[in-house]
Write a protein that binds this ligand. Structure first.
Ligand SMILES: [Zn+2]
Ligand SMILES: [Zn+2]
Length: 310
């Protein structure tokens, strides 16, 4: 097989786009897609400091690598990898080991924030408490809500203007579908390649530079650099509803490659148009407890914290 771009022998086949590529053209195409996401959604730029949520998995490793690569042609662009240590015995400790190695190799100054320090309890302890209190919240909901707040606090503390997340095309499509299936209209308006509608006081923008990148590409990209990543899945992973959306995307991709990207483009256009004709902003209130912007009286973070008696 020949590379469809340059005619040299192809060593890479991408399922979602049915492309045969050589390594050089693959790398170029990958970076082009990230630059395109950046151009279309204004994610990051010169004279800026951003936090990268780095878990050591393949997607966030690819994100760190590509940002580092693109930063070579940028001025005064600082990348700060942040690792949130949830405290899952036998899992996050191993993740952290890999994260430290990668950051050292890339010569990046890693910052570690832990559940233990921020909440006074590790996720393991929190889940134990949940069971003792007879609560039904899923591990991923608890973990995700707390992680999100810790990342925001970390970014604010470090003076970063954005938090880059390693969410790929499949992850994005999943969230769009989930919000649709659950009729989460406001959530839908707030979610995107760049989350939020405009800069809100107290909230750091969440950006997804890998929005047009598939998992398979992220994995291949890390391999190009010979970078290692931590592969095992989180032991707490059991997302009943997200799983439905995920399986839909996986099955659709098998039959109709490129479906995830189509979902992203469709919802991005829809969101843009809806925001244009929406005269008022999505009404965000200030949480009565912590003061963070929220859709209800009390933010999800505080609700959860209270429930769990943290
Ligand atoms: Zn080529
Ligand atoms: Zn709150």
């Amino acid at each position: 097989m020949r590379c469809e771009k340059c005619g040299r022998p192809a060593t890479i086949f991408l399922h979602h786009s049915q492309q045969h590529l050589c390594k050089r053209c693959f790398k170029r195409q990958f970076e082009k897609k990230v630059r395109r996401a950046n151009r279309e959604y204004k994610l990051f730029h010169n004279n800026q400091k951003i936090v990268v949520a780095f878990s050591g998995g393949k997607d966030s490793t690819a994100l760190l690598l590509v940002l580092k690569e693109l930063s070579k042609n940028m001025k005064n662009f600082e990348i700060i990898p942040v690792f949130v240590d949830e405290g899952i015995k036998g899992y996050t400790d191993k993740e952290l080991g890999q994260v430290k190695k990668t950051c050292k190799e890339l010569n990046l100054n890693l910052k570690v924030y832990s559940f233990e320090k921020f909440l006074g309890a590790s996720l393991d302890q929190i889940l134990k408490r949940r069971d003792e209190l007879g609560l039904s919240e899923r591990a991923c909901t608890i973990c995700g809500t707390f992680r999100k707040r810790i990342l925001n606090e970390a970014a604010a503390e470090l003076g970063a203007k954005a938090i880059a997340l390693g969410h790929t095309a499949e992850d994005m499509a999943e969230t769009y579908l989930m919000n649709t299936l659950r009729n989460e209209y406001n959530q839908f308006l707030l979610f995107g390649v760049r989350s939020g509608i405009e800069e809100r006081e107290g909230l750091v923008s969440r950006i997804r530079p890998l929005a047009f990148i598939y998992h398979e590409e992220a994995e291949l990209y890390t391999q190009l650099f010979g970078a290692k990543y931590y592969a095992p899945q989180c032991p707490n992973r059991a997302e009943a509803f997200r799983g439905v959306a995920r399986n839909f995307i996986i099955n659709a991709e098998k039959k109709y490659p490129g479906t995830a990207l189509k979902i992203i483009h469709y919802f991005s256009i829809l969101r843009k148009e809806l925001l244009k004709c929406k005269k008022e902003k999505v009404a965000l209130k200030k949480c009565k407890i912590c003061g963070y912007p929220t859709l209800s009286e009390i933010c999800n973070f505080c609700k959860l914290k209270n429930k769990l008696e943290l």
